[in-house]
Design a protein around this ligand. Sequence first.
Ligand SMILES: Nc1nc2c(ncn2[C@@H]2O[C@H](COP(=O)(O)OP(=O)(O)OP(=O)(O)O)[C@@H](O)[C@H]2O)c(=O)[nH]1
Length: 344
Amino acid sequence: MSDLGKIPCTVLTGFLGAGKTTLVRHLVENAGGRRIAVLVNEFGDLGFDGSFLEGCGIEGCTAEDIVELPNGCICCTVADDFVPALTKLLDRANPPEHILIETSGLALPKPLVTAFNWPAIRSRVTVDGVVAVVDGPAVASGLFAHDPEKLAAQRAADGSVDHDNPLEEVFEDQLACADVVVLNKVDAMTVDERRRVVADIREHLPRAVEIIEVAHGKADPAALIGLAAAAEGDLAARPSHHDAEHEHDHDDFDSVAIPVAAVESPEALMRRVAKAAEVEGVLRIKGFVEVTGKPMRLVVQGVGTRLTQSYDRPWKPGEARAGSLVVIGLHDFDRDAVADALAG
Ligand SMILES: Nc1nc2c(ncn2[C@@H]2O[C@H](COP(=O)(O)OP(=O)(O)OP(=O)(O)O)[C@@H](O)[C@H]2O)c(=O)[nH]1
């Protein structure tokens, strides 16, 4: 079937905190007048990314152009959440000209791309391209690498060579599906780290794919949008660890949302967040907090142990200011220890 008349969709994948939302914001800001809608899915029930994007106040991108997919991982809930949400966007009187889909950091892109072949949508949309965002410093630190000693022990014990690092598997699946890779956060990398990480990414790519090195997601939109890859018709070129399975779950990961009362001092809060980020297995912390006497909302971001704080927008009149931080980590991370750290 021809792709003529189909609305192009870009699937953005990339591990927790790689910079997907930052990139989406950059793309929307530089859309060149194109009517863009954003579908955003995240792991953990805070609705952080949608609220953060709405807080940007980008001209031409209204709250109704940002559609949040309910809690769950898009790759596992395509039928219940994704297809209906997409259909609703397409049925609008003034449908978008391009759709950006920000998947959760733990999502595998292939089941989502596969869903574009569903009868309900396949004549109306096409996957223009899969963009994999990579957290350069995280790769450089070995976050996605396997532990050679553990692997050797496993091989000796039962001959298997299963992934000992669940993060490695997600990372590999995301790269294997990509039409283009955005190596992000190069501002926080040495030249040598960049060289090593590019080589590492290349090793994981099953085909020739461009790697674009950027800071703060500032990639040329023309390099990411308008690829016309029709990825849904090209699934065999995108191998996945889960090709043999029908179901995929995220048992390897957990999340918890922790309420945070208004704080007097952001600095004191960040010291507590730093302690929480050090709890074993914690991968990502993010949320909004009220600072007593401040009209602006405080945004807290933690990727591994790298933390930042900023104010994004004034609290709206009548808006509930209940602060909350979502914490995502490896399965069975110590939630009590995290809660204690945050409580000080
Ligand atoms: N130093 C640096 N920080 C960055 C860069 N890009 C993003 N960040 C920061 O990294 C953190 C995570 O960025 P997000 O854009 O929220 O990442 P994400 O991939 O959407 O995160 P999840 O949706 O939780 O998976 C934020 O604090 C960003 O400001 C970059 O190029 N350099």
